[in-house]
Write a protein that binds this ligand. Structure first.
Ligand SMILES: Cc1cc2nc3c(=O)[nH]c(=O)nc-3n(C[C@H](O)[C@H](O)[C@H](O)COP(=O)(O)O)c2cc1C
Length: 189
């Protein structure tokens, strides 16, 4: 069984990446195959709306999104994390979500299982909108959205690594991962 994680922060070792790694721990324990996509390391350009994909079923932009397209087909479950940027997901993550457009007809994520994580520096400063943006995208792609302890995981942290002192949030990320895993097992095993 296969799971992918997409970390939407442009900062290597950012809080979004850390919580994503905690959410993926339960999959490690069950020896799932795991692929993590760190948007801090990848170059993914925004969709140009050229609609070439509507004719040729392939995106004309040749960049790191190619490996994510393959992973969309390969995975059984997906966990996505994002920093809050102006009350929304990061532009790096939005580029990935929009680029799904090229495979809309194929619907590679339909019936798969997903969870979401959002981190901002202020309390109530857009985490709810950010997590909803991710779950909304998932629902629009036919993904079965799974909650953590409450909704997905929302957290307050600022500098990279700050989240590591918040044991409760680390545990909540693991709970989210466990819930996604358990639904995927019920559906696919
Ligand atoms: C462009 C930009 C916009 C931001 N907007 C918000 C915001 O609206 N609300 C908030 O709580 N934090 C905001 N932040 C702070 C980040 O969400 C916060 O530092 C978070 O921990 C970053 O996650 P990361 O460590 O995964 O990069 C913003 C940061 C940047 C760079």
């Amino acid at each position: 069984m296969n799971v992918i994680g997409i970390s939407g922060t442009p900062r290597l070792g950012g809080n979004s990446e850390i919580l994503l790694r905690y959410a993926l721990k339960p999959f490690e324990d069950k020896e799932w195959n795991i692929k993590i996509f760190l948007l801090s390391e990848l170059t993914i350009k925004p969709c140009r709306a050229c609609d070439n994909c509507r004719k040729n079923a392939i995106c004309v932009i040749d960049d790191d999104m190619n490996s994510i397209y393959n992973a969309f087909k390969w995975c059984d479950a997906i966990i996505v994390s994002s920093p809050v940027y102006y009350r929304n997901i990061s532009s790096q993550l939005l580029a990935v979500l929009d680029r799904h457009y090229a495979v809309d007809i194929e619907r590679p994520l339909e019936g798969k299982v997903g969870g979401a994580i959002a981190i901002g520096r202020g309390t109530g400063r857009g985490q709810a909108i950010t997590i909803n943006a991710i779950y909304n995208w998932m629902l629009s792609r036919g993904i079965i959205c799974v909650p953590g302890e409450l909704n997905g995981v929302t957290a307050v942290a600022d500098k990279p690594g700050d989240i590591l002192t918040q044991i409760k949030r680390l545990k909540q990320s693991e709970i989210l991962g466990r819930n996604v895993l358990s639904i995927a097992q019920k559906l696919f095993q």
